[in-house]
Design a protein around this ligand. Structure first.
Ligand SMILES: Cc1ncc(COP(=O)(O)O)c(C=O)c1O
Length: 413
């Protein structure tokens, strides 16, 4: 499908939350990298589920349970199609990217990482793709090393090649940085990893909402993302894993729904994907997630990416033109997504976001769950504006005006 320009005003009509005032100003929501807003169709699907269909899945032989099960599984099929046409068995429901990565670190890591093995991650990881590996390395007495970033916020591929050694068992990295916006070369890194016999885990929390992702084409072993950053409800995540790896892994959690047979002395596991889905899942939110995928399909990921390039370029140009703002991450927007982190000369990021809030502009301040990256950048915190399908160029102007006003307050003369 070819990209067509998004009709942002029409899209905005689908997001009731955007049409409100905050502190007397029309809301400008620039925090979609933390969580996106939800269209009416998703909110209605959630309420419809509870009004008409609510029942537990996979258990009851009654109409509502069968309906709930078929809607719950329909979302799985849609996800499988959305990420490149994988098998339903390869799509595991979790609570979010964080749980997906923890699942792999535990269920795959415990079986496959031994003393002296190497785990390679990068300097730009979110804590969700950092702490589980650090902890696994400590638990197993394994080594963890970090692919460095270059001055312009890209991964240093020459260093990556040196760091991915024959004793490397896993290479884990983000597809798109939540701080720098950097889109990493998944194919090239996966090739380096596979050449050494290592598996690849990709954190897709920021990429799946913004890019067309085909996990087959990327040839990755595991890929994780969250529904709530792509118009869906909170509390739903996806772990894609190649079937042969998932088959070979032990369950992550045990209990109901994930067993085949239990006796007083023994237990056998359910088939994929249910082997990894212990307990009653988040049925209503999974069902509503399908409406988010429908929405994204309808406007097309190509058009979303095109809009993102346009608004990110405009934002970077406008922020730079102030002469008082340092932006982190690649300058070339074709190498980055719509999360733009920056520091305003003379204004602390927390003060900035507080003042911006008084003008209805919602941005994020802090380390964005990437403390090691911030220490690598030599700053304690940054401000981050992040864009999605409902943001306009006028909102970027509001952001820049509000920043300049805040700076006049803090830096006089
Ligand atoms: C790059 C990245 N990875 C992982 C996560 C964690 O996602 P979740 O909190 O939905 O588990 C985030 C969330 O901000 C993120 O931006």
């Amino acid at each position: 499908m070819n990209a067509v320009a998004l009709d942002i005003q029409k899209i905005r009509q689908d997001f009731p939350i955007l049409h409100q005032e905050v502190h007397g100003y029309p809301l400008v929501y620039l925090d979609s990298a933390a969580t996106s807003q939800k269209p009416k169709s998703v909110i209605e699907a959630l309420s419809r589920y509870y009004l008409e269909t609510n029942a537990n899945v996979h258990r009851g032989i009654h109409t509502l349970s069968e309906l709930a099960t078929s809607q719950f599984e329909a979302t799985r099929s849609h996800v499988a199609h959305f990420i490149g046409g994988v098998a339903n068995e390869e799509v595991i429901y979790t609570r979010g990217t964080t749980e997906s990565i923890n699942l792999v670190a535990q269920a795959w890591g415990d079986l496959n990482i031994q003393t002296g093995d190497r785990i390679v991650i990068t300097e730009m990881e979110h804590h969700a793709n950092f702490v589980p590996w650090l902890r696994l390395a400590k638990r197993k007495n394994a080594e963890i090393v970090y692919i460095p970033i270059t001055g312009d916020g890209l991964l240093d591929l020459a260093e990556a090649e040196k760091l991915i050694t024959p004793n490397t068992k896993l290479v884990a990295f983000t597809h798109m940085s939540n701080v720098l916006g950097t889109i990493n070369p998944v194919g090239a890194l996966t090739e380096l990893a596979h050449k050494q016999g290592a598996l690849v885990m990709v954190d897709g929390a920021q990429s799946v909402p913004h890019l067309q992702v085909d996990v087959h084409e990327l040839d990755v072993d595991f890929y994780a993302f969250s529904a709530h950053k792509m118009l869906g409800p909170t509390g739903v995540g996806i772990l894609y894993g190649k079937q042969q790896h998932l088959e070979a892994m032990e369950p992550y959690q045990t209990g109901g729904e994930m067993i085949h047979m239990v006796s007083f002395t023994d237990v056998s596991w359910a088939d994929l994907p249910w082997k990894f889905e212990a307990g009653t899942p988040n049925i209503g939110d999974v069902v509503a997630f399908k409406s988010a995928l429908d929405y994204l399909d309808e406007i097309s990921m190509e058009s979303i990416r095109q809009h993102e390039i346009e608004i990110t370029q405009y934002a970077m140009d406008s922020l730079k033109a102030t002469g008082v703002i340092t932006i982190y991450g690649p300058e070339d927007v074709s190498l980055r997504g719509g999360a733009v982190s920056f520091v305003v000369d003379g204004v602390h990021s927390h003060d900035l976001s507080t003042i911006l809030d008084t003008q209805g502009v919602a941005i994020r301040a802090g380390h964005h769950c990437a403390q090691p990256l911030h220490s690598r950048l030599g700053v304690n915190s940054t401000s981050r504006a992040s864009f999605y399908i409902y943001n306009t160029l006028d909102e970027v102007d509001r952001l820049v005006d509000a920043i300049l006003q805040a700076r006049r307050y803090f830096v006089r003369g």
